[in-house]
Design a protein. Structure first.
Ligand code: SF4
Lengths: 222, 138
C-alpha cells in the first residue's frame, strides 16, 4: 500500500484558517489501511479542527466525506454534490488523490492533510515499512524476494557492503540489512549459487530517472 | 468563573470502574455530580473520536477508567486505551485545548474509594483549569 502520516496539527490549522467551510475528504484505500486518512481519521481530524476554531471563537463548518478511492476520476466525481458549498478541500488521501481532486475542481483550493511516505507493508499492528520504490524493472526474482532498491540504504545490487553488522544496517540499528535478508532467503531456498552471480548495473530510466511515468494499455484505453 | 461547574465525562469499563462506581454508591461515598458516567464494555472500546466528541459537545474534561494493568477482561484493552489517551493528549496540546483535560485512570471493581477520590480530584483539577476553551468561546 501507499503509506502516509497526518501532517502536524499546527500546519493543518494554518492552511484551513483562511476558510469558513471545509470539505474534509478521506479515502477508503491505502490511507485507511495505514490509519492516516480513512473515515475514522476524517472524523478525528474534523473534530480536532472544530475544537481549535471553536476555542478561537470563530467556528468553522466541516463536511466529512470518505471516497471509495480518490485516485480515480469516477469517485472524485462524487464530490460534485458538495464542492459548491465549501471554500476549500482538505484531502486526507495520498498525493495521488489530492492531485485528482485538484485536477477535477480547478477553481477550488485543495490541500493535503497527510504526508505521503512510501510503498510499504505492515510489519505489525501500527508499524509500516518501506518495501518497493517502483523502479519499473523488478529484480525480486534474483534477490530471493527481498528488494535491494527499497530496503538497502545504498541501493546496492551486489551486497552487502561493509556496513552490515549482525544483520543490521549501519544507517540505523532498527533497519535490517537487506543483503543479509537476501542471503538468508537464498540460502533457505538452496539458491546460493544465484547470490554468486553479479547483477549488472540497473537501467534507471524505467524508474524516476526517465521522468514522470505513464502506463498505457491499448486494449483498455478509451 | 466563580460559578463554574465543570462537566466531566467518564468512560468507565463495565468490569472495573463502572462497578467501582456502584461500590462507591453502596458504601455511601459521595463524589461530585459533575462526573457523567458512560459505561463501556472495555476501556479499549473508547476511541479517540469519543473523547474528542465529548469535548466538542461541551465537556470540560474527559477521562477513561479501565482495569488495573494485567487485569483487563479482554487482555490489553486498558493498555490500548491508555495509548490512545496519550495520543489525544498530545493532539489537544497542539491545538491549544490542553492535554491535561483528558486522563486515563485504572482501578479494580472493588475500589469504590479510589473511584470517588479520582472523580473528586479530576473534577477539582478541571475546575482550576477553567472551562474548555472550545465551549467558553462558543
Ligand atoms: S526491484 Fe524495483 S519494482 Fe521490485 S520491489 Fe524493488 S523497487 Fe520495487
Amino acid at each position: 500500500m501507499i503509506t502516509a502520516e497526518q501532517k502536524p496539527m499546527k500546519e493543518l490549522v494554518e492552511c484551513v484558517r483562511p476558510f469558513q467551510r471545509i470539505l474534509l475528504a478521506g479515502c477508503n484505500e491505502c490511507v485507511t489501511v495505514c490509519a492516516a486518512g480513512g473515515r475514522k481519521e476524517v472524523g478525528i481530524l474534523a473534530s480536532a479542527l472544530k475544537l481549535q476554531f471553536q476555542a478561537e471563537g470563530k467556528p468553522i463548518e466541516i463536511t466529512e466525506i470518505t471516497l471509495e478511492r480518490q485516485c480515480d476520476p469516477e469517485y472524485v466525481e462524487e464530490l460534485v454534490a458538495q464542492i459548491d458549498k465549501v471554500d476549500a478541500v482538505l484531502s486526507m488521501a495520498c498525493g495521488c488523490g489530492v492531485q485528482e481532486v485538484a485536477r477535477r475542481y480547478t477553481d477550488k483550493p485543495v490541500f493535503p492533510a497527510v504526508n505521503t511516505k512510501f510503498m510499504g507493508a505492515s510489519e505489525r499492528q501500527g508499524v509500516w515499512a518501506e518495501r518497493c520504490q517502483g523502479c519499473g524493472d523488478c529484480v525480486l526474482g534474483l534477490t530471493g524476494g527481498v528488494c535491494p532498491v527499497a530496503r538497502c540504504s545504498k541501493q546496492i545490487l551486489n551486497g552487502p557492503c561493509g556496513g552490515s553488522t549482525n544483520g543490521k544496517c549501519e544507517v540505523s540499528s532498527d533497519t535490517d540489512c537487506a543483503w543479509q535478508l537476501i542471503w538468508d532467503r537464498l540460502k533457505a531456498l538452496g539458491k546460493l549459487d544465484q547470490y554468486e552471480e553479479n547483477i549488472p548495473a540497473k537501467d534507471w530510466r524505467s524508474g524516476r530517472g526517465g521522468g514522470p511515468r505513464k502506463i498505457v494499455r491499448e486494449d483498455l484505453a478509451s | 468563573m466563580e460559578n463554574f461547574e465543570p462537566v466531566i465525562v467518564a468512560y468507565c469499563c463495565h468490569y472495573c470502574a463502572y462497578t467501582a462506581a456502584d461500590m462507591a454508591g453502596s458504601k455511601r461515598l459521595s463524589y461530585p455530580p459533575n462526573v457523567k458516567i458512560i459505561r463501556v464494555p472495555c476501556s479499549g472500546k473508547v476511541d479517540m473520536i469519543h473523547i474528542l466528541k465529548a469535548l466538542e459537545k461541551g465537556a470540560d474534561g474527559v477521562y477513561v477508567a479501565g482495569c488495573l494493568e494485567g487485569d483487563c477482561h479482554f487482555n490489553t484493552g486498558n493498555v490500548r486505551a491508555s495509548k490512545r489517551v496519550a495520543y489525544i493528549k498530545k493532539m489537544l496540546d497542539e491545538i491549544g485545548i490542553g492535554g491535561e483535560r483528558v486522563e486515563m485512570f485504572s482501578m479494580s471493581a472493588g475500589m469504590g474509594e479510589r473511584f470517588a477520590q479520582t472523580a473528586s480530584e479530576f473534577t477539582e483539577k478541571i475546575r482550576k483549569l477553567g472551562p474548555n476553551p472550545a465551549r467558553a468561546a462558543a
